[in-house]
Write a protein that binds this ligand. Structure first.
Ligand code: NAD
Ligand code: WQD
Length: 340
């Protein structure tokens, strides 16, 4: 029986993907060091799926011996590699921690995969690799560029994986470039659980709506967009999770390297997100316009045609559902996984 190893499986996107994999009948082993997650997420995933993980191992992916133990004990056939640090601002302050964790983790994982002859990997990349796009929508052939250390770890990881696939076509590498993942499982049992004050828009808005934060700061209303605020391609995390299941189920038909956008193909402004969230929650989201945030781009949204063509995948959930599901999670878990 084939087994999928999910690194960072207790995290936000990882937990939703694990649920989709378990529901799809896959055997799943999780490795997570819980540096940015709670084991409770995995307990809840098992309860929602009505199935158990094959194994859940607390380990750092940079620990080669721990990985070797996993590959010797379980017949892993493919890996989905989520484990990474992801806060852009923190990466500017602590670049070495980001290079060490994100690149060191990838190296040790690829090395051990090679030792065990496991050559199928889905890698969590990001629309951040497009930097400031010359136009929108963004196709996979756009030039890549990084504007901060976090983005550089994603770009360098893509380059390392590209070199590996070129050197040995026995590898199957799928680079999934996520746009802006938001929302939560419709059960409200699992969701995004940022530590401290959220950096990203949707968790910030939902904490304003619930009354934990006073007001949203809107970073700039002088962009060349329809209302002057930044436009992004928000994608429901459950759709994103489905995209990973499609990728692992289609390895056989994929070339040795694919880079695929996972987005909806539709952009929403900050103010449109605020309005949609107010509608979904029935709560006001007070905001104030402040200067632009360094490094932000005006517009970033995907051309998702390739994902449909090669993965048979397209996003199904719209902004209202994203907000409703984020709100259900927020209301039921005002302190994330910490309260339980
Ligand atoms: P997350 O922080 O919720 O999940 C990452 C998980 O990896 C956490 O459970 C964390 O404990 C674990 N982890 C981190 N370093 C580890 C290590 N060295 N060893 C073992 N486990 C480790 O983040 P997420 O939002 O679920 O993101 C998952 C992946 O998707 C990341 O690679 C991220 O860079 C990428 N990504 C995220 C977004 C986003 O906006 N959320 C967008 C594009 C790409
Ligand atoms: C969205 C919009 C902000 C917060 C980041 C990473 C990217 C990827 C996804 C990992 C922008 C505005 C935000 C706030 C605001 N992550 N905003 N007030 O910056 O598009 O992408 O997450 O790979 O790499 O850079 O997402 O949610 O931070 O911002 O006005 O308090 O909301 O200016 O227009 P971003 P975001």
């Amino acid at each position: 029986m084939s087994v999928i190893l999910v690194t960072g499986g207790a995290g936000y996107i990882g937990s939703h993907t694990c649920l989709a994999l378990l529901r799809g009948g896959h055997e799943v082993v999780v490795v997570d060091d819980y540096s940015n997650a709670s084991p409770l997420a995995l307990t809840r995933v098992e309860a929602l799926a009505g199935r158990r993980f094959r194994a859940v191992i607390e380990a750092d992916v940079r620990n080669r011996d721990a990985l070797r133990k996993v590959f010797s004990e379980y017949a892993v056939t493919a890996v989905i590699h989520f484990a990474a640090k992801k806060a852009v601002g923190e990466s500017v302050r602590m670049p070495l921690a980001y290079y060490d964790n994100n690149l060191g983790g990838l190296f040790s994982l690829l090395e051990v995969m090679g030792e065990f002859g496991v050559k199928r990997i889905v890698f969590s990349s990001s629309a951040t690799v497009y930097g400031d796009p010359v136009t929108v929508p963004i196709t996979e052939s756009f030039p890549t560029q990084a504007t901060n250390p976090y983005g550089r770890t994603k770009l360098m990881s893509e380059e390392i994986l590209t070199d590996l696939a070129a050197a040995d076509p026995g590898w199957k590498v799928v680079l999934l470039r996520y746009f802006n993942p938001v929302g939560a499982d419709e059960s409200g049992q699992i969701g995004e659980d940022p530590s401290g004050i959220p950096n990203n828009l949707m968790p910030y808005v939902s904490q304003v709506a619930v009354g934990k934060l006073g007001e949203l700061q809107v970073f700039g209303n002088d962009y060349p967009t329809r209302d002057g605020t930044g436009v992004r391609d928000y994608i429901h995390v459950v759709d994103l999770a489905r995209g990973h299941v499609s990728a692992v189920e289609r390895f056989d038909s994929l070339p040795s390297l694919s880079a695929i956008n996972l987005g909806t193909g539709r952009g929403y402004s900050v103010l449109e997100v605020v309005l949609a969230f107010e509608k979904a929650s029935g709560c006001p989201v007070p905001f104030r316009i402040v200067p632009r945030r360094d490094g932000d781009v005006a517009e970033c949204w995907a051309d998702p045609a390739l994902a449909e063509q090669v993965l048979g995948w397209r996003a199904e959930r719209g902004l209202d559902t994203m907000c409703e599901d984020a709100w259900r999670w927020q209301q039921g878990n005002p302190d994330g996984y910490r309260q339980a």
